[in-house]
Ligand binder design. Structure first.
Ligand SMILES: [Zn+2]
Length: 510
């Protein structure tokens, strides 16, 4: 490789590593904001986050990136860049740059500030279970996001599509809407039937009171047991669980504990540990560059929901871990058996809360959010009408009505953080997780056997070999197709659930 190109490549990589360090600092400010910052610090923190976001944006739109790319892509086309940087990296960086330059600094700063304050306002309103004070704050965020969408969208793309593209590059909002509609029609009749079957089995074990200290120890143990590396990560507590990366060797996962339902924290931890395992498996050498970044949010959610549900709710998992896990739980669990626990964590119950929804009804929570948020962004639903529209959608999709805003429109943090277009990635994650399972079983054999032996390392290794190394050099649909031989589609998911529900569905005439 020519000396000049070599220098440009080194400069480009340095530039991105430095930007990633700034982004890690921003993530630390946000982590602190959501784990223990006193409320008095909110105003100053919003300003800090806004200032730093603007500085990071400036680095992303820096003209020098284009100069390096011009030279490097020329060298790449001559074939003289081979092995120096993973294929696909440079074109990805150029696309990112083109997208970033469309946003003025003033909007980046305004969005960062509005969404930091928005999360605070949301938290207070949620505490009061009343959205009145939050709605004007949300209205301002929606206006800023519309502005952002107008700047981002290219020909043929809707406003909402432009925001979806931030999390799932290349996804088509309209096609995704149709896919969710098909899923909804396929499962909606069966759900009532499965819910009936569930009613015959009252809760027995999830309602046993488990002290918070005990839960902390249990959750630390299970996260470590499935492969989250505590040398390079931490588990903390917050009101809305999440995972964040502060640096290539520092990954934070956060969960929450409920004394009266220990399974809630347990599944949150499995979910966030799934995200953490993915982040820890990315190429550290390319941290902050496409090859060292997660493919998309949909792929991220496929990892989290794989560990939370496909693994964590399977009977094999309970048979494998429970003999050891029993010791972390109160003495009455000595008489519990893994089969009963597996049944109990697989109840099908249409409910108001997404994060506590079972796998089967979960996608309906997503489909209705996608419907509402796309209307907000396209302008056919006003923020002031959102609470009523929310309750109407829950009645229509799931046949339930929230008792108050806290378990209704205020339950999720996303919109207060400006995350419009994010929700669909959860349902995509479900579909992709089932495709991973199918692909894994064809190379590793039946999952139940692996889980009974608690060979979680085999699964992490499979991801390390097939999914993690690609980073963002491929889109999610390219990655899924390359690894599983099939595009992202609902068949593996439907098959997975049908296998799980084979017994109760036998008597179903839908
Ligand atoms: Zn997640």
């Amino acid at each position: 490789m020519a000396m000049e190109a070599l220098r440009s490549l080194a400069a480009l990589i340095d530039h991105f590593h430095e930007t990633a360090r700034w982004a890690g600092t921003l993530a630390l400010l946000e982590w602190d904001e959501r784990t223990g910052m006193p409320s008095g610090g909110a105003e100053q923190r919003a300003q800090q986050i806004s200032d730093l976001s603007v500085l990071i944006h400036r680095r992303r739109v820096d003209r020098c990136v284009i100069d390096w790319l011009d030279e490097l892509q020329e060298a790449e086309s001559r074939g003289s860049l081979r092995d120096a940087i993973p294929a696909g990296s440079l074109s990805r960086i150029r696309e990112d740059h083109e997208k970033a330059v469309r946003l003025p600094e003033s909007l980046v700063g305004a969005l960062a500030k509005a969404t930091t304050m928005g999360q605070r306002s949301w938290g207070e309103a949620k505490e009061r279970k009343d959205c009145t004070s939050f709605l004007p704050v949300l209205a301002e965020i929606v206006e800023l996001k519309k502005e952002e969408a107008d700047l981002r969208r290219v020909e043929g793309m809707s406003r909402y599509g432009a925001l979806l593209d931030l999390f799932e590059e290349g996804a088509d909002a309209e096609q995704l809407g149709k896919l969710f509609y098909r899923l909804q029609s396929y499962w909606s009749g069966k759900i009532d039937h499965l819910a009936e079957a569930t009613k015959e089995r009252p809760r027995r074990w999830s309602t046993v009171e488990v002290g918070i200290e005990r839960q902390r120890a249990l959750n630390h143990w299970i996260a470590n047991h499935i492969g989250f590396d505590f040398q390079r990560g931490r588990l903390d507590e917050t009101s809305h669980p999440f995972c964040t990366t502060l640096g290539p060797h520092d990954h934070r996962i956060l969960t929450r504990y409920d004394r009266n339902d220990w399974t809630s924290g347990f599944y949150s931890t499995l979910h966030e540990a799934g995200h953490g395992i993915y982040e820890q498996g990315l190429a550290t050498r390319w941290h902050g560059l496409p090859a060292g970044s997660a493919t998309s949010l949909g792929i991220h959610e496929s990892l989290s929901r794989f560990w939370e549900n496909v693994i964590g709710r399977s009977e094999g998992f309970w048979r494998g871990v429970f003999p050891e896990m029993r010791d972390w739980l109160p003495p009455e669990f000595q008489s519990a058996n893994p089969g009963d626990l597996a049944l109990e964590v697989n109840r099908v119950e249409p409910s108001c809360i997404r994060v506590e929804a079972d796998e089967t009804t979960y996608n309906l929570h997503i489909a209705l959010r996608m419907e509402l948020e796309s209307k907000l962004i396209e302008g056919s639903l006003r923020v002031e009408d959102l609470p009523a529209a929310w309750n109407e959608a829950y009645a229509r999709y799931l046949g339930v009505t929230p008792a108050h805003d806290g378990e209704g429109v205020l339950q999720d943090i996303h919109w207060s953080a400006g995350l419009f277009g994010y929700f669909p990635t959860y349902a995509l994650g479900n579909l992709i997780a089932a495709q991973w399972l199918e692909a894994m079983e064809s190379s590793l054999g039946p999952m139940e056997k692996i889980l009974e032996k608690q060979e979680f390392g085999l699964l992490v290794e499979w991801f390390r070999n097939h999914v993690f190394p690609k980073g963002r050099c491929l889109t999610s649909s390219q990655l899924v197709e390359e690894v599983t031989g099939k595009p992202i589609q609902p068949f593996a998911w439907n098959g997975y659930l049908e296998k799980k529900w084979a017994e109760p569905l036998k008597s179903f005439r839908g």
